[in-house]
Write a protein that binds this ligand. Structure first.
Ligand code: NAP
Length: 234
């Protein structure tokens, strides 16, 4: 049975990814920074008949927590870097608080790097190691400069910058680790806490393209950026 870790899986899209991966028969490590929230999520999934799920305490912005989490599991085939924050709004780049900029980068970018580095020794032992970085349309420079870009864009300039940085991480890591499958994927605009439930998709729908990328085989892509409908421009 393959093992998958989803960070930030106690709610929202991450929770639905955990559920769908468990339904597909994977052994799921449900990553969560808060034990009570993690236990509530596990109980909910168990009440739906899913037993192949384990809580893993992990705060991606805390190196010690990340290293403890990596030391506490025996194997890992798939890492889904899902945890993120959107930050305080608006985010007009001429005036936003630099401490807030650092806080958002600390989770969405530095958090992903340190989490990935900590789990690489386990992933390297997998037959087909897979990493999925959960990005956003706002992580696409092409989309940021498109006239059809998200109408609420002023609220998300810093968040968008973290996802662009995340996408460069996908590119660099996939070029370095040639036997891995490493991709970025956006769930699309989804109703979750991240956007005060303004999104148009359900969390289960948002989870679908992530699960698709997490379950690719030897012939699957690497070093690319996807949404539900197909490839996205960087
Ligand atoms: P969400 O409901 O706010 O869930 C975010 C999850 O990340 C929560 O479980 C949260 O835990 C966790 N988290 C935040 N900081 C963390 C940390 N330092 N360590 C560990 N976990 C942490 O948001 P969501 O919409 O499901 O977001 C999931 C992913 O989809 C994110 O990467 C987001 O950028 C991306 N995305 C979302 C949308 C959308 O429209 N919703 C669109 C594009 C991309 P707590 O409960 O403890 O806060």
């Amino acid at each position: 049975m393959k093992h998958v870790l989803i960070t930030g899986a106690n709610k929202g899209i991450g929770f639905e990814v955990a559920k769908q991966m468990a339904q597909l028969g994977y052994h799921v490590y449900l990553g969560c920074r808060d034990e009570q929230n993690g236990a509530a999520a596990i109980n909910q999934l168990k009440s739906e008949g899913l037993s192949n799920i384990e809580f893993l305490k992990i705060d991606v912005s805390d190196l010690h927590s990340v290293q403890q989490a990596a030391a506490s599991i025996p194997s890992l085939d798939i890492l889904i870097n899902n945890a993120a924050i959107s930050g305080k709004q608006p985010q007009n780049i001429s005036a936003c608080d630099i401490e807030e900029v650092k806080r958002i980068f600390n989770t969405n970018y530095f958090g992903v790097i340190q989490t990935t580095q900590a789990f690489l020794p386990l992933l390297k032992k997998a037959a087909l190691p897979v990493i999925v970085n959960v990005s956003s349309e706002l992580g696409s420079l092409t989309m940021q400069t498109s006239k059809d870009r998200y109408s609420n864009w002023d609220n998300y300039h810093v968040y968008g910058a973290t996802k662009i940085a995340l996408n460069t991480f996908t590119i660099s890591l996939s070029q370095e680790l040639r036997n891995f499958k490493i991709n970025s994927v956006t769930p699309g605009y989804t109703a979750t806490d991240l956007n005060n439930f303004a999104g148009l998709k359900t969390a289960a729908q948002g989870a679908e393209p992530i699960v698709q990328l997490a379950t690719i085989g030897e012939d699957g892509p690497t070093g690319q950026f996807f949404r539900q409908e197909g490839e996205l421009p960087w």
